[in-house]
Design a protein around this ligand. Structure first.
Ligand SMILES: Cc1cc2nc3c(=O)[nH]c(=O)nc-3n(C[C@H](O)[C@H](O)[C@H](O)COP(=O)(O)O)c2cc1C
Length: 216
């Protein structure tokens, strides 16, 4: 069981990375091996729309032809049995870093043929982690849309979230008086560990149920 975890957040020890680590721990607890990749450590760009990945008989058919800091990671992702992907919500979306990664992972996997069968050799179970300031259901439709793409292109996909996250260590030092700080702190103390546990269970579930299905 090969596990690859992708941190699409810039920080390595805050909400998103902590929760991703839990998902990863859950997955490896089932005997798999893998690693956590921090996208912000890598130099790469998003899809450039060259279409080499769709060229009939092309040397790079079904793969991204761009060679940069993402090339090796994309190969590992395609080879993984369980792919964990994490991002804080930035302006109602995943971070630009994860977005660019997804363009390069998703686009080569699809053709414009009528029968829209993904090109990757096997299905990849995907566990997503999102953290955000916004309230719980705020991004439900966004997550649903992303899960539809993920189910189709990768395989069985699910997600875990932490909302109302603690953004600043000391809120008094920042222009941020819209927050009810005791509520945020309390949530961080009491709810965030539970959110991490949800992520752990998701990772464990994905790494356990090898027959969970794909491409629904
Ligand atoms: C540039 C930027 C944009 C953000 N945009 C949103 C947003 O659109 N919605 C939201 O709920 N939170 C937003 N946030 C808050 C973060 O998503 C939230 O604090 C998250 O848990 C941070 O993750 P981290 O602790 O791993 O950095 C934004 C934060 C930053 C720095």
């Amino acid at each position: 069981m090969k596990i690859l975890a992708i941190n699409g957040g810039a920080q390595k020890s805050r909400n998103t990375a902590t929760m991703l680590q839990s998902a990863f721990d859950g997955a490896v607890s089932q005997g798999g091996t893998g690693e956590i990749v921090h996208l912000y450590d890598l130099n790469y760009k998003g899809c450039v729309g060259c279409h080499a990945c769709k060229l009939k008989g092309g040397a790079s058919f079904g793969r991204c032809v761009q060679k940069d800091g993402l090339t090796e990671v994309l190969e590992k992702a395609i080879d993984a049995d369980v792919l964990l992907l994490a991002s804080p919500m930035y302006f109602n979306d995943v971070t630009g870093a994860l977005r660019s990664f997804l363009e390069r992972l998703f686009f080569p996997a699809i053709t414009y043929n009528k029968e829209r069968v993904p090109t990757y050799p096997h299905t990849i179970k995907a566990g997503w982690v999102f953290t955000m300031n916004a309230p719980g259901e705020f991004y439900d439709s966004f997550f649903k849309g992303l899960m539809n793409s993920s189910n189709w292109i990768l395989g069985h996909s699910e997600y875990a979230i932490a909302y109302g996250t603690k953004q600043f260590e000391d809120y008094t030092k920042y222009e941020a008086d819209m927050f009810d700080v005791p509520t945020v702190n309390q949530r961080h103390e009491e709810q965030f560990p539970k959110d991490c546990n949800e992520a752990y269970e998701m990772g464990k579930r994905l790494a356990t149920n090898i027959d969970i299905g794909g491409n629904i």
